[in-house]
Design a protein around this ligand. Structure first.
Ligand code: NAP
Length: 458
């Protein structure tokens, strides 16, 4: 894939970038390794000051950063601005909390292990390669970079090929924030160049957010090299609605949960599983909400849903919908691309899904909701868990016993009751099953790329 900014609203190529040469990659990996040997011993206060200055820059430049995101991948300008500010918040969160998260953990009773003192100490690992997706082109990077840098690691970013300007901008933010050269570098390379970097002994670990095939590939190489990985892969999150739910709020949130980021979020609710008693009432509200959305230019403040980020991405969504319809699924709204330029696809609701349809098992990365009817909580849980993914999940019920059932029995890394799945710096984020492993954000996220060193002093 060419490394280029291609505006999804128009389909026009705005700017292309040459890939790094072998010698440029060698220089950058060498610099990362050399820098880490001094950077690892900088103090938390110093790192926090650079991180906060970077956060200030992102806040001051939020409008420009937002325009970059909207131009490169088509999210609405308001959403993009929110993303820039969320990055700043994530940076401050780790600037404020890293020292506490990584403080020594003394053993209460060292005599039990025959020591005078015993403790665990978190030490950084070294240069980490981050392979990142385009859908949250700044936030996905920041939620790796802020904790990794605060822990004393250095970062190498291989960003998605369609968001090179976002990638270069983030490198610039860290540099201007005050981080020494080499602490965070963008590598403009295609995915075929990733393997050699993962096998380089100077690169000690990797994190990938993206699709399942990309995750499998990176994990296989790192497995072969015995290097630590964190994988944040796809999701097909269930959104269950039970009879005691507040239907107006559930339907309104369902619309937002499905179409956020133009339908291209790993934690978007994708499968809506509704109890028979409220199925018709919920469906009417939900379909009306989806129909009422304005699809159009993401720079226009009146727009709710912009284009999909890539032509290939839209074709993949269309294929899943068309195959389901050919096999008998019923389209309640949307389902057909509009004429004209840009990679638009309308908010769509489909029902009558059977398990032999690809749309039942695959992630739909666009504003398409599949709707299921469940007779009771057992059937709702069975449908919700009938997927190889396990990232986020949502259940709407005011019944506390039911809430508890969903919290315990939904196979997912996250359960949101009476709300939609959202990532916050303060909450751990990650999945189970084919959605990946490891955790980002919170205290857990910063510890992923640390050596938890056991210390025994006699
Ligand atoms: P993708 O094709 O997997 O791309 C993600 C990144 O991986 C890009 O930088 C891509 O580079 C690179 N890549 C692709 N194939 C690779 C390979 N074989 N080896 C090494 N690197 C490789 O995913 P996408 O379609 O852009 O993003 C959408 C997917 O990401 C969805 O499945 C979504 O659910 C998932 N996602 C998950 C999370 C989460 O936190 N769990 C968050 C956001 C998105 P190129 O661009 O150069 O191909």
């Amino acid at each position: 894939m060419a490394i280029a900014t291609i505006n999804p609203t128009t389909g026009e190529t705005v700017r292309t970038f040459p890939e790094l040469s072998e010698s440029e990659i060698e220089r950058k990996v060498g610099l990362a390794h050399k820098r880490w040997r001094t950077y690892r011993d900088t103090g938390f206060d110093e790192r926090a000051e650079w991180m906060r200055t970077g956060a200030d820059l992102l806040e001051q430049e939020a409008d420009a950063a937002a325009r970059l995101m909207t131009t490169e991948m088509g999210k609405t300008l308001a959403a993009a601005r929110g993303e820039a500010l969320k990055c700043a918040r994530g940076m401050r969160y780790y600037a404020d909390n890293a020292a506490e998260f990584l403080a020594d953990e003394p053993l209460a009773d060292p005599a039990a292990v025959g020591a005078r003192h015993a403790l665990s100490r978190y030490r950084p690992l070294g240069p980490v390669l981050a392979v990142m997706p385009w859908n949250f082109p700044m936030w996905q990077v920041m939620r790796f970079a802020a904790p990794a840098l605060m822990a004393g690691n250095v970062g190498l970013l291989k960003h998605a090929s369609n968001v090179p300007q976002c990638a270069l901008y983030l490198e610039d933010v860290f540099r201007r924030g005050g981080f020494p050269e080499g602490c965070f570098q963008t590598l403009l390379i295609s995915s075929g160049r990733v393997e050699a970097i993962l096998r380089d002994p100077r690169v000690v670990a990797a994190t990938l957010t993206g699709s399942e095939p990309a995750g499998r590939s990176v994990a296989a190489i790192c497995g072969d090299e015995v290097k630590h990985t964190v994988l944040e892969l796809g999701g097909s999150d269930p959104f269950v609605v039970m009879p005691s739910a507040d239907l107006d709020r559930a339907a309104e949130t369902a619309v937002d949960a499905r179409v956020q980021n133009n339908g291209q979020s790993c934690i978007a609710a994708k499968r809506f599983i509704v109890h028979s008693d409220v199925y018709d009432a919920f469906t009417d509200r939900f379909v009306a909400g989806m129909r009422a959305l304005t699809v159009g230019d993401p720079f226009d403040p009146a727009t709710d849903v912009g284009p999909l980020a890539t032509e290939r991405g839209r074709a993949a969504v269309e294929e899943l919908v068309d195959e389901a319809v050919a096999r008998g699924a019923k389209v309640l709204c949307g389902g057909r691309r509009p004429p004209g330029p840009g990679w638009f696809y309308p908010p769509t609701v489909i029902t009558g899904i059977t398990r032999d349809m690809r749309i039942f098992t695959e992630e739909v990365f666009g504003p398409v909701a599949t709707l299921f009817r469940a007779a009771d909580i057992e059937e709702a849980l069975e449908i919700a868990n009938a997927t190889t993914f396990g990232l986020g999940s949502n259940a709407w019920t005011r019944d506390e016993a039911e809430q508890d059932r969903f919290i315990s029995d939904l196979d997912a890394g996250q359960v949101f009751i009476n709300g939609k799945t959202v990532s916050y710096p303060d909450l751990p984020f990650g999945g189970v099953k084919h959605s990946g492993y490891g955790r980002e954000l919170s205290a857990h996220g910063i510890r992923e790329f640390c050596n938890l060193k056991t210390v025994w002093i006699g």
